[in-house]
Design a protein around this ligand. Structure first.
Ligand SMILES: *[C@@H]1O[C@H](CO)[C@@H](O)[C@H](O)[C@H]1NC(C)=O
Ligand SMILES: *[C@@H]1O[C@H](CO)[C@@H](O)[C@H](O)[C@H]1NC(C)=O
Ligand SMILES: *[C@@H]1O[C@H](CO)[C@@H](O)[C@H](O)[C@H]1NC(C)=O
Ligand SMILES: *[C@@H]1O[C@H](CO)[C@@H](O)[C@H](O)[C@H]1NC(C)=O
Ligand SMILES: *[C@@H]1O[C@H](CO)[C@@H](O)[C@H](O)[C@H]1NC(C)=O
Ligand SMILES: *[C@@H]1O[C@H](CO)[C@@H](O)[C@H](O)[C@H]1NC(C)=O
Length: 481
């Protein structure tokens, strides 16, 4: 019959479709299984959260510019940042994973000095030479046009571009290294020649610390998977979820002293299951301080301001500001806030600093203070003597982050933070990392670059910043036109 004649091919077509769908399903399943079992993995993938190491060494690294002499008798116990990077490269056998907001290891400024120029170029040469040593170099970046990244890629580095402007309209501001999934660096210094010469930087390196390295690698994998995407997938692989967090920190030993640690991240959309948000970590650290909180950041501005589709958005962003006030007001914790004063200091920063200081009006012995770290010569883009540090240190905890405390940064830029909490009270131990960082803070706070802005001086500075801001906006408008 004519009817069955047309039905037969229709049925076999349906069968075909069904079989095809089944085959597809199987393929997807097999692929999924393989990707979770990680059969095509790297050498380092054999370290899992069950057999990773928690017996770590920690070293404080700083860049202290030569022409920013610090008070005598306060010699730092830290390792110079560039030596720290070389120590990490010395250890590398399989892989080096780097995230940096800037890639610029070739000083354009001749005043940088020959030594600084030679030092940064040597670091770059060593990165280029990794491939020849059989070490993989992997870089995640949101930079679109970096000659340095192009050169590294030509020499065998794998570079994944993360289109942050499509995902959050922000940038990848994270700054960390992972070596052999064992050793890590987290800090304010990045792959910018100024970080190794002109700017003041602070960070930590952890050696033989594969549990923490594994978790940081999960953050790295998150960025890695965003290549060729302009959205954040809603389903995540096991390889990017957080292993530790605020509620379940990692227990580890740092130079044989017991501590808790975890990593935090921002923005919110970059925090898959279990990952503590940067803002939460900052709040948690300040809230758990018992006697003092010392804060060092380049910019402090509790505002979210940005332009979106031509309209500018401005709103008050309270999470950190209010926790600082509360620490002092409710818990009577001593609060010292050190902010940098430089070319890009937003004029409202002075208002917010004054508003914090106003809490002390009519109080004797007020334990809340704000100072501005300022080098006499605040020259344009060289960032000469800029205090680029971003950390909090309290009686038993230190938090080192990648962001300045500006609302917009946490909202759209990617960054990480490392929280370390020492388990015992200060008395029973020798020098710990927390104590070292506290000393570094006290050194800076007591130096002649840390200034109380008196009213007249403050007013003058504010005028200066306002006119600078206007100049910049005018220039931006002219560039657009
Ligand atoms: C860690 O455990 C995994 C399986 O759980 C194993 O394959 C691997 O060899 C172990 N690695 C080390 C260094 O012991
Ligand atoms: C990219 O960089 C090159 C060389 O530094 C420059 O000539 C070019 O104009 C840049 N392109 C864009 C789109 O910025
Ligand atoms: C990033 O994404 C935006 C929007 O999807 C697109 O216009 C832009 O070309 C992308 N940038 C690069 C370098 O791929
Ligand atoms: C890390 O561990 C290895 C082997 O246990 C050891 O040889 C090395 O010195 C350690 N590195 C540091 C910086 O402690
Ligand atoms: C000021 O505060 C410090 C510690 O916060 C305390 O040791 C000192 O006695 C106080 N001085 C006065 C005059 O209250
Ligand atoms: C931990 O040990 C390493 C290597 O022995 C040393 O360089 C570092 O300064 C120590 N860190 C602290 C905080 O004592």
């Amino acid at each position: 019959m004519a009817g069955s004649g047309t039905q037969e091919p229709l049925k076999s077509q349906q069968k075909c479709v069904a079989v095809f769908a089944l085959v597809c399903c199987c393929a997807v399943l097999v692929a999924l299984t393989f990707s979770t079992l990680n059969l095509w993995g790297d050498e380092e993938d054999s370290i899992t959260e069950d057999n990773c190491s928690t017996d770590c060494r920690i070293t404080l690294v700083e860049n202290l510019p030569e022409d920013l002499p610090l008070p005598p008798g306060s010699e730092s116990q830290s390792l110079p940042l560039s030596l720290g990077f070389h120590a990490l490269l010395d250890q590398a056998q399989h892989s080096v994973e780097v995230v940096s907001p800037v890639w610029n290891l070739h000083p354009r400024d001749l005043t940088a000095g020959r030594d600084a120029a030679a030092a940064t170029q040597y670091l770059f040469q060593r990165l280029l030479g990794l491939k020849a040593r059989g070490v993989k170099l992997k870089i995640a970046s949101s930079l679109t046009n970096s000659t340095e990244l192009k050169t590294l890629a030509d020499h065998g580095a794998e570079v994944h571009f993360v289109n942050m402007s499509a995902i959050t309209r922000g940038e990848l501001k994270s700054s960390f290294w992972i070596v052999d999934r064992k050793h890590v660096y987290v800090g304010s210094g990045d792959m910018d020649w100024r970080s190794l010469s002109k700017r003041k930087e602070l960070g930590v390196m952890l050696f033989n610390c594969s549990c923490l390295a594994l978790d940081l690698h999960h953050v790295f994998s998150f960025y890695w998977q965003l290549q060729h995407r302009d959205y954040i997938p809603s389903i995540w692989s096991r390889k990017v979820i957080a292993l530790y967090g605020k509620d379940e920190p990692l227990e580890l030993q740092l130079n044989a002293t017991w501590a808790d640690a975890y990593l935090s991240a921002s923005p919110d959309s970059f925090c898959p299951r279990g990952r503590t948000r940067d803002v939460e970590a900052v709040q948690h650290v300040i809230q758990s301080a018992q006697t003092f909180v010392y804060l060092s950041v380049t910019d402090y501005l509790p505002l979210v301001y940005r332009t979106y589709r031509g309209a500018s958005i401005l709103r008050y962003w309270s999470p950190i500001d209010e926790i600082i006030r509360e620490a002092w007001l409710v818990r009577r914790v001593r609060v010292l806030l050190l902010i940098s004063y430089w070319k890009k200091t937003h004029p409202l920063t002075l208002n917010f600093a004054n508003s914090l200081k106003a809490l002390c009006i009519q109080l004797h012995n007020c334990s809340l203070e704000v100072k501005f770290f300022e080098q006499k010569e605040v020259r344009d883009d060289i960032q000469h003597g800029l205090n680029h540090n971003k950390y909090i240190v309290t009686d038993n905890t230190v938090y080192i982050g990648n962001h300045d405390w500006v609302g917009s940064e946490f909202a759209i830029n990617a960054g990480v933070g490392l929280m370390i909490h020492m388990k015992h009270s200060l008395e029973d131990r020798g020098v710990t990392i927390v104590e070292q960082i506290r000393k570094a803070f006290e050194r800076d706070w007591g130096s002649r670059y840390a200034k109380n802005l008196k009213d007249e001086d403050g007013k003058y500075k504010q005028q200066q910043q306002l006119s600078e801001l206007k100049r910049r906006e005018r220039r931006k408008r002219m560039e657009k036109a």
